[in-house]
Design a binder for this molecule. Sequence first.
Ligand SMILES: C[S@@+](CC[C@H](N)C(=O)[O-])C[C@H]1O[C@@H](n2cnc3c(N)ncnc32)[C@H](O)[C@@H]1O
Length: 319
Amino acid sequence: MRRVSAEPWTIRRMVKWMADDFAKRGIESARLDADLLVAHALEMERVGLYLDLDRPLMDDELAKVRALVPRRRDREPIAYILGRREFYGRSFAVSPAVLVPRPETEHLVEHTLEALGVRDEATADPAQDAEDTADTSDTADTSDTSDTVNILDLCTGSGCVAVTLAAERPEVHVVGTDISADAVEVAQQNAESLGVADRVEFRVGDLFAAVDEDARFAAVVANPPYITDADIACLDADVRDHEPMLALAAGSDGLDVIRRIAEGAPRYLETGAPLALEVGYDQGKIVQDLLRAAGYDDVVVHPDLSGIGRVVIGRRPAE
Ligand SMILES: C[S@@+](CC[C@H](N)C(=O)[O-])C[C@H]1O[C@@H](n2cnc3c(N)ncnc32)[C@H](O)[C@@H]1O
């Protein structure tokens, strides 16, 4: 008797089935998510799927893919399922203990580097370097650390800001603090895997509590929790039900943590040094006023790519 074999689960069929299933459940990025999950289970790059769409899945591969489906149906963020997220061109480990790094936060890094005026190695002028070296050769001391730029990253989470600042500029040293010991563990892992653990030190503590009293920084930077209590209920289920509430909620006006940072930072900032904060979509002007009222100079709001004021920077005035 002739056996009719069931239609095999090829990559093409599996991706389509999963994308349709997610779309039916209202997941907006259904097709992308299906691609990413199938690629993850098969341990290949997303582009690899398209080179082998008709490859049938082996039983163990099918089991791996199927195990991921209920997690995404439950709105678990793709970054947690994959255990990784890209930030500023680098791959960061993430876990449910940390906020998933967001593209908006890349602006915080960008504007902090700009406000510091630290040199971009990629665009540095080698001729100018040679001149600078010649000018200082008779006084140069190779143990001199005066070029070191010390930065404090509060609310460090995955360490994406701290690690990126250090990875972008070799003269940058960062102290990163977070109230969550689990988050700090992830941050430490990222500093190690991205090769900057010798210049980034993480500590557990409530904002400035873990910072040495006599430490002074060329910048204090933070992407703090800034969501209002009322807005928490309106967040996407991916965020509200899976990302750490500690990373999101900041009181009735969303400014509980920002106020404490604005108040505490001057004591740790060198004169003229910037405090750089990421803020909520409607908080740019409010935080600008708050920093001005707290005595900061030159307070500027920088918009993100959608024109929303996202990064507020003020400078510690002279005494
Ligand atoms: C919005 S997340 C930012 C994480 C990371 N810097 C980023 O940009 O993706 C805020 C972080 O602040 C931490 N946090 C909340 N309250 C804190 C406090 N009082 N002191 C220190 N860290 C705090 C949370 O644990 C969370 O990791």
